[in-house]
Design a binder for this molecule. Structure first.
Ligand code: ADP
Ligand code: ADP
Ligand code: ZN
Ligand code: ZN
Length: 790
């Protein structure tokens, strides 16, 4: 047995046993994970932590739970593939709390994502004056008519949409609870010089050959030969606004509806990120949004807004910062609703404890960072009465200041003490040291990793000699000399969100690090307030947000690597480069190059399953007959960066242009990344490093980075610092938002925001060199930095 068999427990019910796990790079991993304990999984980026924890243990647990549902429910559930593992024993139901952003469903808020919103509505229905009805009357998700219930499947999670019956819902009828109204630019919908016969629509999917087009043409309401600009006002109304009406077209019974309600329902009311790229481009071109004049952006109907408790309506209360809302609830002290107030306080206090007290309940979840989203999801579980559940977290300290990390530790331990098994992928030393058990993967990344190199307690990790063990007690180091600035970005009177008229100079030509507790205003400052205009250098955001693109995009397409690769294949085989693109000619005809096909489950949801024609390889079989250096193009796209570097460096496949791109990817620590891996499977940290690699092609300029250490092992942080140094020395100015103490210590200049979060923050509390901050110890950041270098 390898080092993984370290946990000797008497009772087989006390461990989760993994036998022979081989997902992605895992090398037949067998290990035991103690139940009802906090286990932290460590290892360099790409070593296989996610493949083991999320891809094997959690995936199999969730799949088994699905199988216990009736065939009817299973019909609504995407069938999950069984992970590549021989056997798993002792699994309990797993709840994955990850950094996946919560989407931008226009009707969800932090209130709806926790149960705080629902509790507030019940509170208003009991205490609000005048009394306007049942809790639904305060809900902007409940229309004034009866809503039907349904089961939906989102991102593989089954969600029951509760049956809500309500005569008087609280949804603003004007904006349907979105808080914003859309204004559709008619010139983006059709060419009004044309008639229906001339194919006038410029809406994706509305050509006259398709069913949508044929309904308009064959409805009998419109004259197909008349140019749209010559329509009578009646015809124009029918074209744009007509309510749903049954029509018979070409012998088929169909529903006719005006263009505007039809596209509003099918395109505008959905999360824009879920739309196909060409539909999204259309929506962005055709629609502008403005605050709803009916509800002033509160999403609520007039009766709900008229009802108040202590002078505040539910919209006012939802707009309060959570720390203030807690105080408001505490002041209510109304015995008739005591249990309700206790429950509401519990949820709100959990938000505060988890370091999110600066949020308001009306905040759209789409505006939260990955780390904030994960913590909001965590709140739901803190008050859950479930026990003996396996909770799985992905770097829960992402976005947290050292000051807040200890509170996160407490929360993880609290979940454990309720009798749950807590599995955490984490690099933060402060979390690793509180673990009951550590599983260290490695020794390297990709094919050089995938093994358990240590399993046991923290004391043993220190002496294990593994990379993680050696770096566990790393200290931050101050530099002897800092760089001199070459100029500055002058921010004047910045007042976005919580910023209080901030005046600050962000120096150029140096590594400038912006610090402060979560919610102090760092993102607002660097993403929303930097100066623009003539004479001011252009600022490029290199962040963790999802990279737009289809399922077909991958690191190879995103970085432009595919261009030289296609040309090399074409030259070697005497054919056209376009053949080697899974986006065009060379695509597998069945899946169109996606490698997967969407199977509709009804109710507007679908699952992606591997394409049987190409077996996920994306290309037409004839394309794969062409080789370069003994490999076909699908085999090349299955290589990790490091392997591709060796492949293109010399020999028959020698392609210097490809090597240049690959070297940049290796430089940012992505040597383990598989070239054709779908972009949708990359973590936020990986996306940011990939962006950085793409931008490194053109040195110079000003880059804003957002916690670049996310997902990085301490051993990789040194390499990241070396890379940042190289960028600055090459003429690039860096403004970096970061909590990692080693990065702060390495800065040439620090700007510290605070002193607290939300309305308690928003000021510059220190600007100067790290050494000056350590000497002054004048802020929270200063205290932690001083302790780390002391
Ligand atoms: P970690 O969580 O330690 O960063 P991962 O488990 O994400 O590591 O990755 C381990 C290896 O598996 C890496 O080489 C990575 O490129 C590869 N990998 C991860 N996800 C996929 C995927 N969806 N398709 C192909 N390879 C993947
Ligand atoms: P940090 O980056 O330091 O964590 P942020 O700039 O994200 O802080 O947040 C500062 C304040 O601005 C917080 O009170 C936060 O709730 C608020 N805020 C941030 N983004 C938005 C947004 N999109 N809409 C409303 N308020 C926001
Ligand atoms: Zn409205
Ligand atoms: Zn295919």
């Amino acid at each position: 047995d390898g080092p993984g068999a370290d946990v000797r427990t008497a009772d087989r019910h006390d461990v989760i046993r993994v036998h022979g796990a081989r997902e992605n790079n895992l090398r037949d991993v067998s290990l035991e994970i103690p139940k009802r304990r906090l286990t932290v999984f460590t290892g360099v980026s790409g070593s296989g932590k996610s493949s083991l924890v999320f891809g094997t243990v959690a995936a199999e647990s969730q799949r088994l739970v699905d199988e216990t549902y009736s065939a009817f429910v299973q019909g609504f559930t995407p069938s999950r593939n069984r992970p590549d593992v021989d056997l798993l024993e002792g699994l309990t139901a797993a709840i994955v709390v990850d950094q996946e952003r919560m989407g931008s469903d226009p009707r969800s808020t932090v209130g709806t994502a926790t149960d705080a919103g629902a509790l507030l509505r019940v509170l208003f229905s009991r205490l609000g004056q005048p009394h306007v009805g049942p809790p639904g009357a305060y809900s902007f998700n409940v229309p004034s008519v009866r809503a039907t219930g349904a089961m939906t499947v989102e991102r593989g999670e089954r969600r029951a949409v509760r049956q809500e019956y309500s005569r008087t819902g609280g949804m603003c009828p004007r904006c349907e609870g979105r808080g914003a109204v859309s204004d559709v630019d008619l010139t983006a919908l059709f060419d009004d010089a044309k008639s229906l016969d001339d194919d006038p629509f410029t809406i994706p999917g509305y050509s006259m050959q398709g069913w949508y087009g044929r309904i308009y043409k064959g409805s009998g309401f419109l004259d197909p030969a008349k140019p749209i600009r010559d329509y009578t006002s009646h015809e124009r109304h029918d074209l744009l606004h007509k309510e749903p009406t049954k029509v018979e077209v070409e012998g088929v019974n169909l529903t006719y509806e005006g263009l505007i309600p039809k596209i509003t329902r099918s395109m505008l009311s959905k999360d824009v990120e879920s739309l196909q790229p060409h539909v999204r481009a259309f929506v962005e071109r055709a629609v502008t949004f403005a605050t709803c004049p009916g509800c002033d952006g509160t999403r609520l109907a007039a009766p709900a807004r008229s009802s108040r408790i202590g002078g505040k309506n539910i919209a006012d209360v939802s707009a309060l910062q959570v720390t203030d809302l807690v105080a408001w609830v505490r002041d209510l002290d109304e015995p008739s609703v005591a249990p309700l107030l206790t429950a509401l306080r519990g949820t709100l206090e959990a938000l505060v404890e988890i370091g999110l007290g600066y949020l308001s309940l009306d905040r759209p979840p789409g505006t939260l960072s990955g780390g904030e989203a994960q913590r909001v999801k965590m709140v739901r579980h803190l008050s859950s009465p479930l026990s003996d559940v396996t909770y799985v977290f992905d770097e829960p300290t992402a976005g947290l200041h050292p000051h807040d990390v200890r509170r996160m530790d407490d929360l993880l331990l609290r979940l454990r003490d309720k009798g749950n098994t807590v599995l955490v992928v984490e690099h933060e030393q402060e979390v690793v040291v509180v673990a009951d058990h550590v599983v260290d993967l490695g020794p390297g990344a990709g094919s050089a990793g995938g093994q358990v190199v240590y399993a046991g307690d923290v004391a043993g990790l220190r002496t294990s000699g593994t990379l993680t063990g050696r770096h566990l007690d790393d200290r931050a180091r101050l530099k002897d000399v800092v760089r001199a600035r070459t100029g500055a970005l002058e921010v004047r009177g910045a007042s976005l969100h919580n910023l209080r008229g901030v005046d600050v100079d962000l120096p150029l030509g140096v590594l400038c690090v912006v610090t402060g507790v979560a919610g102090s205003g760092k993102s607002s400052l660097v993403h929303g307030c930097l100066p623009t205009g003539p004479g001011v250098p252009e600022v490029v955001a290199v962040d963790q947000t999802p990279i737009r693109g289809s399922r077909r995009s991958s690191p190879a397409t995103y970085t432009g690597l595919l261009e030289p690769v296609r040309k090399a294949f074409a030259k070697a085989n005497g054919v056209k480069p376009a053949l080697f693109s899974s986006n065009s000619e060379g695509a597998c005809p069945t899946c169109g190059g996606a490698g997967v096909v969407e199977v509709s489950l009804g109710m507007m949801t679908s699952v992606a399953v591997t394409c049987e024609e190409c077996d996920g390889r994306r290309f037409d079989a004839s394309v794969l007959e062409h080789h370069l250096g003994g490999k076909d193009v699908a085999e090349v796209l299955a290589m990790p960066v490091d392997e591709a570097l060796a492949f293109f460096a010399d020999g028959e496949a020698r392609t210097p242009a490809a090597v240049r791109v690959l070297r940049r990817m290796a430089d940012v620590g992505l040597g383990y990344l598989v070239l054709g891996q779908p972009m949708t499977t990359l973590s936020g940290g990986e996306r940011q490093r990939l962006r950085l690699a793409a931008h490194m092609a053109t040195p110079g300029g000003v880059y804003v980075l957002d916690e670049p250490t996310t997902g990085l092992h301490p051993a990789d942080v040194d390499a990241l610092l070396a890379l940042l140094d190289r960028l600055v020395d090459g003429g690039t100015s860096l403004v970096v938002v970061e909590h990692h103490l080693a990065v702060m210590a390495h800065a040439d200049w620090l700007v510290d925001l605070g002193p607290g979060a939300g309305h308690d923050g928003g000021r510059v509390v220190f600007e100067g060199t790290p050494a000056d901050l350590v000497a002054a110890r004048s802020t929270l950041t200063g205290e932690h930095l001083a302790a780390a270098v002391g």
